[in-house]
Ligand binder design. Structure first.
Ligand code: 5GP
Length: 201
């Protein structure tokens, strides 16, 4: 969008099963210039997930090597697995003036925000907790134990909402994507993000 400036970073969080991936897919369809950061994880791929598209799937020793070598901007554990964002991959895009979207959980979002406080934080919630449970079960990919772990983590995560700048209710994918697009657009218009327009020749 802002070809003459550094790209901007934005974060989306929300409990597992809230439908973030679907909302993000719709946002990307309508903003193909956005770069969605593909995270690294030690979780096993779900049916249909593709390495390098949904995640970079790596084993624990490789993930721990990345931590040791300082390759990750942030990382966290979620439901017994590691998740993390490659600093190099996103900084390359930001340098090129490309806006970058991260889908990361609450611990990782705090780490990024502490380092880059101008990063807008968006939190996606379900219309109700019951809907979240239905969606997690409807996915038909996780065991009861995993579902219970994810539901209790969701309750913990909801307590973090007040740290977030924006709250998005995923009642329909279209509404939620519309909200995200409006926020990204407004953030792009911030004077700080448009300072390059004011530079004297
Ligand atoms: P899932 O296993 O359902 O794909 O993702 C579980 C959680 O991990 C989600 O809340 C998602 O936002 C989060 N997540 C995905 N990638 C990253 C990452 O790179 N860093 C962090 N901190 N969380 C991530």
């Amino acid at each position: 969008m802002n070809k003459n400036a550094r790209g901007s970073l934005a974060i989306i969080s929300g409990p597992s099963g809230v439908g973030k991936s679907t909302v993000i897919a719709e946002v990307l369809r309508r903003r193909p210039d956005l770069y969605f950061s593909v995270s690294f994880t030690t979780r096993t791929p779900r049916p249909g997930e593709v390495n390098g598209v949904n995640y970079h799937f790596v084993d624990v020793p490789e993930f721990e090597r990345m931590i040791r070598d300082g390759e990750l901007l942030e990382h966290a554990q979620y439901s017994g697995n590691y998740y993390g964002t490659s600093a190099k991959l996103i900084d390359e895009k930001l340098e090129q003036g490309i806006d970058v979207l991260l889908d990361i959980e609450v611990v990782g979002s705090k780490i990024v925000h502490d380092q880059r406080p101008d990063t807008p934080l968006m939190f996606v919630i379900p219309p109700s907790f019951e809907v979240l449970e239905q969606r997690l079960r409807g996915r038909n990919t996780d065991s009861e134990e995993v579902i219970q772990r994810r539901l209790s983590r969701a309750k913990e995560e909801l307590k973090e909402i007040y740290r977030y700048d924006y709250l998005i209710v995923n009642d329909t994918v279209e509404n939620a994507a519309e909200d995200v697009l409006a926020i990204l657009r407004a953030e792009g218009c911030r004077t700080a993000n448009r300072a390059y327009l004011l530079k004297e020749e």
